[in-house]
Design a binder for this molecule. Structure first.
Ligand code: SF4
Ligand code: SF4
Length: 94
């Protein structure tokens, strides 16, 4: 019985057991939500994305808590990326 409960908990889709894998994706900034400039990378054509550090994760991610440090100002794409949706499941599988 305990084994079944443990197995269920381990496979449950939750940001708490994911290590923020979606925060390693390229995040385009398409609306102004107030992301601080130091987290924005601008390409030669003026396109803006969230900057990522050498470890691959978004620069705005707290590496200790694996939580977004600019949650209230996070880009639209981050707001629309929902836990448990198809893209989330795909990223977890990767
Ligand atoms: S939304 Fe999905 S992929 Fe992103 S941290 Fe949460 S569980 Fe992981
Ligand atoms: S802005 Fe926040 S939610 Fe969006 S990728 Fe960066 S850390 Fe993740």
């Amino acid at each position: 019985m305990n084994i079944e409960i443990t197995t269920l908990a381990d496979t449950e889709v939750s940001c708490a057991n994911c290590e923020a894998c979606c925060c390693r994706l390229e995040v385009m900034i398409i609306t102004d939500t107030g992301v601080p400039d130091n987290y924005i990378k601008t390409d030669r054509w003026g396109g803006q994305t969230m900057a990522r550090l050498d470890d691959g994760w978004c620069a705005a991610l707290d590496r200790n808590t694996m939580r977004c440090t600019i949650y209230e100002k996070r880009p639209l794409i981050c707001r629309e990326f929902e836990m448990g949706e198809t893209e989330c499941i795909a990223e977890r599988a990767n």
